[in-house]
Design a protein around this ligand. Structure first.
Ligand code: NAD
Ligand code: GLY
Length: 361
């Protein structure tokens, strides 16, 4: 059974289809939304070795002329040089304005391939086929595409919506457990910022959440996460306000990734640490109760995610915070919560408290 979540954005609307066994049907599903012409699958070595053949055959069967380009796995792949390299691959694959790109992989491939789609010939169609939990519940939905530059993460990019998002839950069975746990950090985020009932459901199903074979719970968890994200994005596509709540835990999370070097902490792990920081900051600034701070800390610990980053010193993190996209006039802005399920954006934290909160983590 397919879980179908619409993303309502007027003439840029699309659907997120979630379920088992989707990869075999990609060609037909792309045809259903009117995709035609040549197609370039962009993937990474890990995902490509497992799934590119299935996706290739399904697209060929639907009548497309299909090419594949395979990138090295990992965050460094999401860089400007690879945008140009992939644009050249688009030319080699004969992509024209009626062609489309299939981003097959985690958030790195989704962000990079999406940006290539946004910029090649000033924009061609693309389909997100997320294969990591994080990319299913977050990065493939909502149209943020882009790359890192040496000065910071995601500093270059475009809002560019896909025509379709296809999340095959079967692919999670091959995802390394550490990556799966990291994706759960983003799932928990939706409960914290938007849906207290969902947060409670997650708390009550900790063991089930860790089981990638629990198809029913998995579909509900991915489905509800996508619904929350779709709801937020439909209200504020280009992050004029509300959408920034999705950055809960990301202000400090991005700084951690930046200072530790991309790769020491995977994205979701850095977000887990940043979320605990934001929860404690919320207790100081927006009245989050101590029991709710503890519930937030506990759920990340129960999911075996890190909640501290020993060895990272505040001055380096503070410097990284200064180049964060959410920083205005040198002061970082934080998403905080007043209670689980109710968040607000644009919060400042006094300098000394910012440092104390880090040192006490
Ligand atoms: P990733 O793409 O690096 O994937 C993690 C690892 O898992 C990689 O080694 C990949 O090869 C492997 N992998 C993926 N799916 C697999 C599968 N089914 N089986 C086996 N291996 C698999 O990382 P990620 O966590 O998916 O995404 C992180 C990226 O997403 C970051 O660059 C982050 O900035 C970005 N992001 C973007 C948004 C957005 O809105 N665009 C939101 C959140 C995160
Ligand atoms: N991951 C944050 C956003 O999509 O806005």
């Amino acid at each position: 059974m397919l879980y179908d979540v619409p993303v309502n954005l007027g003439d840029r609307s699309y659907n997120i289809l979630i379920g088992a066994g989707i990869l075999d049907r990609i060609g037909a599903l792309c045809s259903e939304v009117g995709l035609k012409g040549n197609c370039l699958i962009i993937t990474d070595e890990n995902v490509g070795a497992l799934y590119a053949k299935t996706v290739f055959q399904s697209l060929e069967k639907a009548g497309h002329s299909v090419s594949i380009v395979t990138m090295p796995p990992g965050e460094p792949t999401k860089c400007g040089e690879n945008v140009f390299a992939l644009q050249s691959e688009c030319v080699k694959a004969g992509l024209d304005r009626h062609s489309f790109i299939v981003a097959l992989g985690g958030g790195v491939i989704g962000d990079l391939a999406g940006f290539v789609a946004a910029t090649y010939l000033r924009g061609i169609d693309f389909v997100q086929v997320p294969t990591s939990l994080l990319s299913m519940v977050d990065s493939s939905v909502g149209g943020k595409t882009g790359v890192n530059i040496p000065e910071g993460k995601n500093l270059v990019g475009a809002f560019y919506q896909p025509q379709l998002v296809l999340a095959d839950l079967d692919t999670l069975k091959t995802l390394p457990p550490r990556e799966y746990a990291a994706g759960l950090a983003e799932v928990v985020k939706y409960g914290i910022i938007y849906d207290a009932e969902f947060f409670q459901t997650l708390e009550e199903n900790i063991e089930g959440l860790a089981d990638v074979n629990n198809a029913e719970l998995l579909a509900k968890m991915v489905g509800r996460s996508c619904e929350v994200k779709a709801d937020v994005v439909a209200q504020d596509e280009r992050e004029g306000g509300l959408r920034a709540i999705l950055n809960f835990g990301h202000t400090v999370g991005h700084a951690i990734e930046n200072v530790a070097g991309y790769g020491q902490y995977v994205h979701g792990e850095a977000v887990a640490i940043g979320s605990v920081y934001a929860a404690r900051a919320s207790a100081e600034r927006t009245g989050l109760s101590q029991p709710e701070v503890e519930r937030i800390e506990h759920i990340f610990q129960a999911l075996e995610l890190p909640v501290t980053a020993p060895g990272l010193e505040w001055p380096a993190l503070r410097e990284a915070l200064s180049v964060d996209k959410k920083t205005v006039g040198g002061m970082p802005k934080f998403v905080l919560v007043s209670e689980i399920g109710k968040s607000s954006i644009g919060n400042e934290i006094p300098e000394d408290l910012m440092e104390t909160l880090w040192n006490e983590l």
